[in-house]
Write a new protein. Structure first.
Length: 512
């Protein structure tokens, strides 16, 4: 008998960046109505869940990751009634919905911070990190913020510094304060009571601060601490706070999930966030920083397999999101490479995340408007083009210009072409859904020629094999390859036999 598995094991989660998905009210900014309009598309594609990047009221300094009210919807996206409708419509189609929960900081316009900032004796003063400077007048410590500059901003009125690991408009909450934790529990319950299926927890490794906020070594002083954090400080407090979160989320029925955004350069450290922090899922970003070098992918995949073999862990598969260059852009604009990457992403062991537009083979937006963001992350946030009309299915010209190729790289055009990358994604999702080995089976690397990455997925008597040729030339595989391909990345039709030869930059999935 197969063990009952929570829905999110082996599932595929589709990330929506709401501003750039679709606009329904004619202001050029994507909104909840625009998402609701395209749920049919997501159902057709076959995703299990949506993760919505923040939709909360926000001054939008960090485009929503600066939250001014955790329990409402920004008018630019709609209102709570629109949200309830979207949730209901998604659920009716069997699609789960995850919220983005920004735990580490608020907007400087959040009433908590306005109160905290109002005076040194404010009731919420210690909800954030207010400190005096060093005797020489410099900030309380030598930390840098993720987006450049120091991590402290001076407040003239109350005569102290406050801490922000991101923009100055994103002050850090002090999670050692029980009132902060209680307030955040209420936020989680607010959305859980509404029926959401879980959360993507934004930079959640940062919530436990090292006692005394000590200086870092001088050579680290000019660097963002985000991906050094878990390597240099004890995380016991963070695990304790996360356990509280886990208890709350776990007290609701339906296997509600939390996926933690944890940055580290040491994949092995992620295990503690599962085992000690109690998180069901944690992003593993190792794959998304790999160049097009099969030996590197192989090394990272073997390492992940060793790390996530540990009981209580379950791997995640991430190749892109709203913070980094798109898959195709990273691989020199090659659609063939993007197709191979899709096959790998969706045939590995774990819970997979697709970033909106990657299923269309979109490339990053370019030009002046894109250069405007000081953090350089707008390229991958180009609007999703829905059809061939001048506004491409939007209510008005969107807030950012279209990415190159929008004429043919749009949903309608890709759907009309059976051999398109969109159909490849759909085939992969449907294959994954119906395949026990792909969803829940074991993973093992295969010996292959150096240009090829090969692995096996096995469950009971069923075995699938995946070969991906990273090279610019055809290559032949020596290992098991009898049987018809279930899927070939480079064409819309799957040949009925296969002779063991992989075309340049192509991948194949076989039942053996
Ligand atoms: C996460 C988000 C990013 C945001 C940052 C601060 O890394 O993905 O977009 O800027 O946290 O909230």
């Amino acid at each position: 008998m197969t063990e009952r598995q929570p829905w999110w094991k082996g599932a595929v989660v589709y990330q929506i960046y709401p501003r750039s998905f679709c606009d329904s009210n004619g202001d050029g900014v994507g909104d909840l109505g625009g998402i609701a309009r395209h749920l049919d598309h997501l159902e057709w594609l076959g995703v299990d869940a949506l993760w919505l990047s923040p939709i909360y009221p926000s001054p939008m300094v960090d485009l929503g990751y600066d939250v001014a009210d955790f329990c409402d919807v920004d008018p630019v996206f709609g209102d709570l009634a629109d949200f309830d409708l979207l949730l209901e419509e998604a659920h009716r189609r069997g699609i789960k919905v995850l919220m983005d929960w920004v735990a580490n900081h608020t907007s400087d316009q959040h009433p908590w911070f306005l109160d905290s900032r109002s005076s040194r004796s404010s009731r919420r003063r210690n909800w954030y990190f207010w400190r005096d400077g060093k005797p020489d007048g410099s900030p309380p410590n030598n930390w840098s913020s993720a987006f450049g500059g120091g991590a402290w901003t001076w407040d003239d009125r109350s005569g102290q510094w406050y801490l922000h690991l991101f923009f100055p408009e994103q002050p850090d909450l002090d999670w050692s304060n029980l009132e902060v934790r209680d307030a955040m529990q209420r936020v989680l319950r607010f959305w859980l009571d509404r029926g959401v299926d879980g959360f993507r927890a934004d930079v959640v490794n940062l919530i436990g601060k090292p006692p005394g906020l000590p200086d870092v070594a001088p050579e680290l002083a000019g660097r963002s601490l985000i991906d050094l954090w878990v390597d240099i400080w004890d995380r016991t407090d963070t695990y304790r706070y996360l356990q509280e979160v886990r208890r709350t989320v776990g007290s609701y029925p339906g296997d509600r999930v939390v996926v933690g955004e944890i940055h580290t350069r040491d994949m092995g450290r992620l295990v503690d966030f599962y085992e000690r922090g109690g998180l069901p899922l944690v992003f593993n970003f190792a794959l998304q920083s790999q160049d097009w070098v099969p030996a590197d992918w192989r090394r990272v995949l073997e390492q992940a397999e060793a790390v996530f073999r540990s009981p209580g862990t379950w791997p995640t598969l991430v190749l892109s999101n709203h913070d980094i260059r798109r898959i195709r852009t990273r691989f020199e604009g090659s659609e063939a490479r993007a197709r191979v990457a899709a096959v790998i992403l969706l045939t590995l062991r774990g819970t997979a995340f697709i970033y909106q537009g990657d299923e269309l083979g979109m490339v990053d937006g370019v030009g002046e408007a894109y250069a405007a963001d000081p953090t350089g992350r707008l390229g991958c946030r180009a609007p999703v083009p829905w059809d061939m009309r001048p506004l491409r299915g939007w209510g008005a010209q969107p807030w950012l210009p279209w990415a190159p190729e929008a004429d043919h790289c749009n949903v309608a055009a890709r759907r009309a072409q059976p051999s398109s990358i969109l159909h490849l994604y759909r085939e992969l999702l449907h294959l994954r859904r119906s395949s026990h080995p792909l969803k829940h089976g074991s993973w093992r690397i295969l010996e292959t020629p150096s240009a090829i990455l090969g692995y096996e997925r096995r469950a009971g008597a069923e075995t699938l094999v995946v070969y991906a040729n990273f090279g610019d030339e055809d290559a032949t595989v020596g290992g098991p390859h009898n049987g018809a391909p279930l899927l070939v990345s480079s064409s819309g039709t799957n040949p009925s036999t296969w002779d063991g030869t992989l075309a340049a930059t192509s991948a194949v999935v076989l039942a053996v």
